[in-house]
Design a binder for this molecule. Structure first.
Ligand code: HAM
Length: 426
């Protein structure tokens, strides 16, 4: 294929059956979110560029990885690289700070980052994210972590291990930052180029450098600089998450790549993805909404990478079986087959008919591949308002009146535990 016509680097086509697993993951995530009392929010997939600049100009996704463009009206726009800034903008613009607290929101959708293509790093990826506004309590952090862990576990990844840290607050972080810079300044010559830049712009990120790992081992530990409030906060979060039966451990080097965090930061990985690749990550960001010309509100959230989740889950997440009914017809009865198919679909039954004018034999062969039940129509039987129903798995075939067909199929599927949609009124 002409390279100009191929999909952009770092993007994917999600084909069946993967697309059904993706869809199932969305349903599971949103169901669990409702279980925790979260509501769904949708924001545009592009925002004015200034919105994302508030995420922090020292952040890679803002500085180097933005998909930005100026539209015909001269407005500088950016495809969203993440959801937190967009939700913060919506929170202020729609006056959501007046809604009852806490405000619990989830979203699902595509994010765009012009990253160097590599395993599990896409230029378009999907995030399931949650943002909880209005509570500064550790219970809010714990609930966010527990929600995300429940999704991870429900889709088939057992025992997620949460790594957590506190990067301190406005009271204690400056003292730590200074100690860290002093420590690294003495070793400046040994540092990689990125770390030399980080020393000026974002010293905390010195800690998560994947190259200068030996140097950080003797660096000052954040925990020794936490103020009492920060210490109590992280201890309480860990106690709750642990108390709920989850595995959580402090990672002294976890600082995360976005600038807006304060206190809690956390990530969850998976052995199949390698240690540098997170399934989800997040933290507390009490100062962000105040940067959108509105009242400041405490907030905490996470973002979960769905492509990474699918890759880690593999076949453990199976699409729901579709117990298809196939309507095969004798020659000349294709119109009746299509009409009967539509009647069965009215009852919520997944029904297919022949669309290729195939012989009855070929139709039955096709039905045998996918359908649990085949209905055969035509001839004299049809004149008497009767059809044949064939159960491939049971190996049985019997005549049945057309008017009893939907009820019979629904009963069969219910007894197989594969149809919960009632509504059949025969
Ligand atoms: P993030 O860590 O940048 O945080 O992204 C969240 C998750 O999205 C990651 O843990 C990863 O699973 C997935 N992800 C990120 N970039 C890619 C990529 N290029 N390809 C595939 N998956 C990716 C945020 O975006 C924050 N907004 C999370 C948050 C919400 N913090 C507070 N609230």
């Amino acid at each position: 294929m002409n390279p100009d016509l191929q999909r952009p680097k770092g993007t994917q086509d999600i084909l069946p059956p993967e697309s059904w697993r993706y869809d199932k993951m969305r349903r599971i995530a949103l169901d669990i979110a409702r279980q925790y009392g979260f509501n769904l929010i949708e924001t545009p997939i592009f925002e004015q560029t200034a919105v994302f600049l508030r995420v922090g100009e020292a952040t890679d996704i803002v500085q180097h990885e933005r998909y930005s463009f100026v539209d015909a009206g001269g407005v500088d726009l950016t495809l969203r690289p993440e959801g937190t800034a967009a939700v913060a903008r919506a929170y202020i613009q729609n006056g959501l700070y007046n809604w009852p607290k806490p405000l619990k929101l989830v979203y699902w959708g595509p994010m765009f980052r012009r990253e160097r293509p590599q395993a599990e790093r896409y230029r378009q990826h999907t995030q399931f994210g949650a943002e909880l506004y209005g509570s500064e309590q550790p219970t809010a952090d714990a609930e966010i972590i527990l929600l995300a862990c429940r999704v991870v576990e429900r889709v088939g990844l057992e025992n997620p291990e949460v790594r957590i840290n506190s990067i301190g607050c406005a009271v204690c972080r400056p003292r730590y930052r200074q100690a860290l810079v002093e420590y690294y300044a003495d070793r400046r010559e040994e540092l990689c180029q990125d770390c030399q830049n980080r020393m000026e712009k974002n010293p905390l990120r010195l800690l998560d450098c994947k190259i200068d790992v030996a140097i950080r081992q003797t660096a000052p530990d954040l925990a020794e600089y936490w103020c009492d409030d920060c210490r109590t906060h992280i201890e309480s979060v860990m106690e709750q998450v642990q108390g709920a039966g989850r595995t959580i451990r402090r990672d002294p080097y976890l600082v995360r790549g976005l600038d807006y965090y304060t206190r809690t930061v956390f990530e969850v990985g998976h052995p199949s993805l390698g240690s540098a690749t997170a399934l989800f990550g997040g933290g507390r960001y009490d100062g962000l909404s105040g940067q959108f010309d509105g009242p400041s509100a405490p907030a905490v959230g996470f973002g979960m990478g769905i492509e990474r989740m699918l890759s880690a889950v593999g076949n453990r997440l199976q699409p729901d079986p579709v117990s298809l009914v196939y309507i095969a017809h004798l020659p000349g009865f294709e119109n009746q087959a299509q009409v009967l198919g539509e009647q069965l679909r009215n009852f919520g039954l997944a029904t297919e008919c022949d669309l290729l004018n195939r012989s009855l034999k070929a139709q039955l062969r096709e039905a045998g591949k996918t359908a649990r039940f085949t209905v055969i129509i035509g001839g004299q039987e049809w004149e008497q308002k009767m059809v044949q129903i064939k159960d491939f798995t049971a190996g049985s075939q019997q005549p049945i009146a057309v008017q009893d067909l939907a009820g019979h199929l629904l009963n069969q599927l219910r007894s197989l535990g594969q149809h919960s949609d009632g509504g059949a009124n025969l």
